[in-house]
Design a protein around this ligand. Structure first.
Ligand code: FUC
Length: 788
């Protein structure tokens, strides 16, 4: 890139989608390059170039085409299949024999038996599905001209496309409004009567939805697809209300497949509502037509300006809680796709902060109270069978989606995840009883819209009973970050139910005499002794240790539950401990098999759960285990799939190695792991890397662990000056951090609840006893932390 700073500014300023019309249609150069904006000089050709908007329930991918625009649409309950209970009646009978084979070291045979008799029926879960696309065809418009720009403003939560054609300046804006429950589109032009557009639907669904016209509304009706032997049970409807200023609207049904044509309008506003008949995992009696009519009915008379204002106020109330600056260079004047392309060889700290805020933007857009939780693609999926079904893979991916939620001040957005846990505590209770004869509830490595909880895909992936227990960490964390006792009382039974499952199913390892899970796996790694199946993988014991400890902490807050506490304490002390193996590594299994594993560079680093997201292993409380974890990370290597790189970023940050963490971040931000629209590339697109990346950057500048708040614990030398404000630590504490020359300038702590806190800065510690509402400013005097 040889362009000078001035010319870059000129390009960005004169062509930016944020530019406004001046007198006689000329543009005033008001657009600023913004660290909170993704922008491009050409329409999206591929889906991974299109820009995402979302209301939690509804998602759209905006392509920004000139003659043909496409909004690829999602509604978060449109999944294949219908209510089902995938219990295998043979599983319980096979359990003792599978355990025995594992105890005898016959891992391959145990796997064969599990595949034959222990897996869920059906053995695959259901996929998330797209509705299809709303197509906007603009007769008479051609290719994008030189002044074409499209962008996604993260602060305004609006995707905008601007260009000139035939002397007319066109502007197209798309938002997804959570308060109004619609995707809204506004088309404007610098000349009156210039907007002519044909609206239609297209869908890849094999169930062939049908478009029809009702007055000035375009309606798309259909059903989901049957899959894995489960019948299609969902009805859906998408309804587009077309409002015009000037011009005419006319509909063609029948052979034309439902096209609504606008001719010669000054302005067009489209309000898109979508719904399915899904109400709950076992109830599909909803009426999508009535829901959509009610949604649109409420908006009659509400102008675009008010819809936009309400949407932006709602979005900003969440988004603006955090500000971030890791430094800026002239690279941030370039279009986003060019920055991503050159990022491996360029220093671009504000690409990192853009990625951080994009992660927060995405969570706001795909996980709202009442919506489904963020799935493998958040809410954005163009296929009828998404990669890995676009499900909830809970052996890492779903949890990673929610890593940034509490620390980056978006706690409300965890609600859909907690609601999912509530559901699988019901379906998983039936699974626990049927498969294991156990109390409590269990979920294996995946779940879907129907809250299926059985082991799927094949024993070496699915026979892992600890998924629900990991989700319970999020259930606890939501209390720990917010300290709302009423919430804790509500969710305590969920944690207790998960713990009860393990109290009933942990077995004594005949060789080591400790309590272990069996059968299980260390997700999804083959230990090199015939299979992945095993007893007591390190990760399981670590997750269960957290679950038991968090149950005990919850009981201490809520009041006596003595019998349960006694049971938990007894089992907790017998759980298999961490072990350090012959290469100095943290062992992944009870046996020292790490060097035998089929893939020593495996993407999953499950046994490092204790280092991150948990804090059982840390450089200051358990330095030997931390050194062993580091040895494991070195052997595993840095380069992996998107989410696996993001996990490594968090882990190296926990080891206090900022420069190494930054090197990993560069791998994540490069074009191999970040698509032009900034979606994470597993590949293919999987959203966990976006969220894991945002979490990792948080961990570089602030860590909340082991009852302490660590300031700048892994600050890389390439970010000498910066700030991050609005983070949150455990104990309901707001944390702002500013630094320069790599040194702390100030930290501001704001308490939302009473509590004692220890703040740590490079070995210097300060104890604070804060009352709710109290705000303290901390500085470093000669490297020693002190109140200002
Ligand atoms: C796990 C991972 C894969 C992928 C899938 C959705 O099975 O091992 O890499 O992320 O989930």
């Amino acid at each position: 890139m040889k362009a000078t700073r001035r010319s870059l500014l000129a390009i960005a300023g004169m062509t930016g989608a944020g530019a406004t019309f001046g007198a006689r249609g000329a543009m005033a150069a008001t657009a600023k390059t913004s660290p909170q904006r993704l922008w491009y000089r050409q329409p999206a050709k591929e889906w991974v170039e299109a820009l995402p908007v979302g209301s939690g329930k509804l998602g759209a991918m905006v392509f920004g085409g000139v003659a043909a625009e496409q909004l690829q649409l999602n509604e978060d309950t449109l999944w294949a299949g219908g209510p089902y209970e995938p219990i295998n009646p043979q599983a319980f009978g096979a359990l003792p024999e599978i355990r025995k084979l594992i105890n005898d070291g016959q891992y391959e045979k145990a796997t064969e038996l599990a595949n034959a008799k222990f897996m869920a029926v059906p053995v695959r879960q259901q996929s998330y599905q797209t509705i299809g696309s709303l197509k906007l065809d603009f007769p008479g418009l051609g290719e994008a001209g030189a002044d074409y720009v499209r962008d996604l403003d993260l602060d305004g939560a609006i995707a905008t496309t601007v260009f000139t054609a035939g002397g007319v300046r066109y502007r197209r804006e798309v938002i997804a409004s959570a308060p109004d429950g619609v995707i809204a589109v506004r088309l404007t032009a610098s000349r009156k009567g210039a907007i002519t557009v044909d609206l239609s639907f297209a869908s890849p669904l094999k169930s062939k939805p049908v478009a029809s016209i009702e007055g000035t509304q375009l309606v798309f009706t259909g059903v989901n697809e049957a899959s894995q032997g489960i019948a299609a049970a969902l009805k859906f409807e998408t309804r587009v209300d077309v409002r015009v200023k000037g011009g005419t609207v006319s509909g063609q049904g029948g052979d034309k497949g439902g096209v609504l044509s606008v001719k010669g309008a000054d302005e067009v506003v489209l309000l898109i509502a979508a719904a399915t008949s899904y109400r709950k995992y076992n109830d599909v009696s909803g009426d999508p037509v009535a829901l959509n009519k009610a949604t649109l009915g409420k908006l009659s008379g509400k102008a675009w300006a008010k819809i936009l204002a309400d949407h932006q106020a709602d979005h900003r109330a969440l988004y603006r809680r955090v500000t971030v600056d890791f430094g800026r260079t002239r690279a941030d004047l370039l279009p986003t796709d060019e920055r991503i392309k050159q990022s491996p060889t360029t220093d671009d700290p504000s690409l990192a902060s853009l990625y951080f805020q994009f992660g927060r933007y995405l969570l706001i857009a795909c996980s709202r109270p009442g919506s489904q939780p963020a799935n493998l693609q958040g809410i954005w999926n163009e296929k009828t069978f998404a990669p890995w079904g676009g499900k909830y893979t809970i052996n890492i991916n779903t949890e990673m989606n929610y890593w940034p939620a509490e620390p980056t001040s978006l706690p409300e957005l965890v609600e859909p995840l907690i609601a999912l846990v509530q559901d699988i505590a019901e379906t998983g209770a039936r699974m626990a009883k049927a498969m294991y004869g156990a109390r409590g509830w269990v979920t294996h490595h995946n779940t879907d819209l129907w809250r299926a909880t059985g082991p799927i895909d094949g024993a070496k992936f699915g026979v892992w009973p600890t998924g629900g227990a990991w989700l319970c960490k999020h259930v606890w964390d939501h209390y720990d970050y917010n300290r709302d006792k009423a919430y804790l009382a509500r969710v305590y039974p969920l944690m207790k139910g998960s713990a009860r499952f393990f109290l009933d199913t942990l077995v004594v390892d005949p060789k080591f005499g400790v309590l272990v899970t069996s059968p299980s796996i260390s997700p999804e790694n083959d230990h090199g002794h015939g299979s992945s199946l095993v007893a007591g993988p390190t990760m399981d014991q670590a997750i269960i240790r957290d679950l038991f400890d968090n149950c005990l902490k919850a009981e201490a807050v809520l009041g006596a539950d003595e019998a349960f506490v006694a049971e938990v304490k007894a089992a907790r002390d017998k759980l298999a401990p961490y072990k350090i193996g012959k290469d100095g590594q943290l062992q992944e299994w009870q046996e020292d098999w790490d060097a035998d594993a089929k893939d020593i560079h495996h993407r999953h680093v499950s046994h490092l759960y204790g280092l991150f997201p948990s804090d059982q292993v840390s450089i200051d409380t358990t330095p030997k285990l931390a050194a062993a974890a580091k040895q494991t990370l070195v052997t595993r290597g840095d380069l992996s799939t998107g989410w696996a790189i993001a996990w490594r970023l968090n882990l190296w940050s926990r080891l206090g190695e900022g420069d190494h963490a930054h090197g990993i971040l560069k791998l994540l931000l490069g074009p191999e792991r970040t698509y032009p629209n900034m979606f994470d590339a597993h590949p293919p697109f999987q959203i966990d890397g976006n969220f894991g990346g945002a979490s990792g950057m948080t961990e570089m500048v602030m860590q909340s662990r082991n009852d302490r708040i660590y300031l700048l614990p892994a600050l890389p030398s390439v970010w000498p000056t910066g700030h991050i404000t609005g983070l949150r630590a455990r104990g309901a504490i707001g944390v702002d951090v500013r630094w320069t020359g790599g040194k702390l300038v100030e930290a501001v702590l704001t308490a939302k609840a009473d509590g004692r806190h220890t703040v740590v800065l490079a070995g210097s510690t300060l104890d604070l006893d804060l009352k709710a509402g109290q705000r303290v400013r901390l500085v470093a005097r000669n490297g020693v932390l002190a109140r200002a």
